[in-house]
Design a protein around this ligand. Structure first.
Ligand code: ZN
Length: 174
């Protein structure tokens, strides 16, 4: 597909979610790949309509803050263009809350499930796997203590920046 939604190669029909992806690619030009799943634990947070808090360092290594839950679509939005407006609610969640989509490379769609993205398709897949894992950890954290809250900001800062900041030192040099 090109960014206007024209099929440019292949014989098979494009994904029914194509319009959602196009809205995201057009709104956030840094994106090189997008993934959507209905994975169990991420869906649990999406169905509850809750942001996934950054409970700990596993989350903070990849998501610089809570993974937001975008709002429900209205009846009009569902009728008018469900997939397009799903994309619009995602963009709205990031813009109204001032979230950088490259620092928080994923979202939960209310009553639906997660979308993640990255600089390419492989990184988008990686992020959806991490999101599912931290969503699972989050469910367990709230089971252990239903009032558990996000880790202190200094943990988020330390873990995100040592991996992604200007002075990143985590992992191997490439
Ligand atoms: Zn879906």
């Amino acid at each position: 597909m090109d960014l206007a939604g024209n099929q440019v190669e292949g014989e098979l029909n494009p994904s029914s979610d194509t319009k959602t992806h196009l809205v995201l690619y057009n709104a956030f030009p840094q994106l090189g790949g997008i993934v959507h799943t209905h994975s169990t634990f991420a869906v649990a947070w999406a169905q509850a309509g809750r942001d996934l808090p950054a409970f700990g360092t596993t989350h903070a290594d990849y998501f610089y803050g809570p993974v937001p839950c975008a709002r429900h679509l209205s009846q009009e939005e569902l009728d008018e263009d469900y997939e397009l407006n799903t994309g619009n609610t995602i963009v709205e969640a990031f813009r109204t809350r001032g979230i950088d989509p490259m620092a928080v490379p994923g979202v939960l769609c209310y009553s639906h499930g997660p979308f993640t993205w990255g600089k390419d398709a492989a990184q988008a897949v990686y992020h959806v796997v991490v999101l599912e894992e931290v969503a699972k950890m989050g469910v367990l954290t709230r089971m252990v203590d239903p009032s558990a809250q996000a880790a202190p900001d200094r943990y988020l800062e330390k873990h995100y920046m040592r991996k992604h900041g200007p002075d990143a030192y985590y992992g191997q040099a490439r």
